[in-house]
Write a protein that binds this ligand. Sequence first.
Ligand code: 13P
Length: 251
Amino acid sequence: MRKNIVAGNWKMNTTVPEGVTLAKEVNEKLAAITPKCDVIICVPFTHLCPVNEVINSEKLGLGAENCADHAKGAYTGEVSAAMVASTGATYVILGHSERRQYYGETSETLKEKVALAFENGLTPIFCIGEVLEERENGTAFDVVKKQIVDALFHLSAEDFSKIILAYEPVWAIGTGKTATDDQAEEMHAFIRGVIAEKYGQEVADNTSILYGGSCKPGNAKALFAKPNVDGGLIGGAALDAESFMGIVTAF
Ligand code: 13P
């Protein structure tokens, strides 16, 4: 059966020393408990190596927030999937709405990134989600389905099974405006149905679908209690060890 997962997305926050301190705090707090979910932190590229040195990888997974859509070569400033993997990280967030919105990521570039992540043994945490206008005009379900179909449905069932999905309604990210647990459940159930249509019920049932968008210790329990919500991708609340652990222990 699918895993429950709580993953932090630090975004462009913390210097290296600050990030190492935060990772150490999370690691220490995790050492004291037996969490009922997998726990992952996704950190800036500069932080991957030093953070990897201070965490127990048996209890805390490490991921990047992006990778390049080319394997190597003359792409100044880019960081390849192979480079990410060589730090010891095993996850990579792909298709975050901030990357789609500010850096022009499309399903075509994301296909390349997913392929390169797989080639390098990285597990993609693949983000999908509608903007406010799409939620309000009733196209949210079509938009989310198209994001999945266009970027992922060329994959074999075996490869698709390696993906973690994260539904992040853009209007809920960093706004303090969480989707209600019923809104999240409705979309997650829809997404699972879309996967089942293409790959069958077993693959759909085994896919972890995380919710992201203003998830906090105070609302995580209700969200995670929903049958199709398998955890969270946490932004702001992942920058404080105590609130991040408050979400981890919501399971
Ligand atoms: P917030 O939790 O800050 O709303 O961010 C969610 C997110 O974008 C995680 O990837």
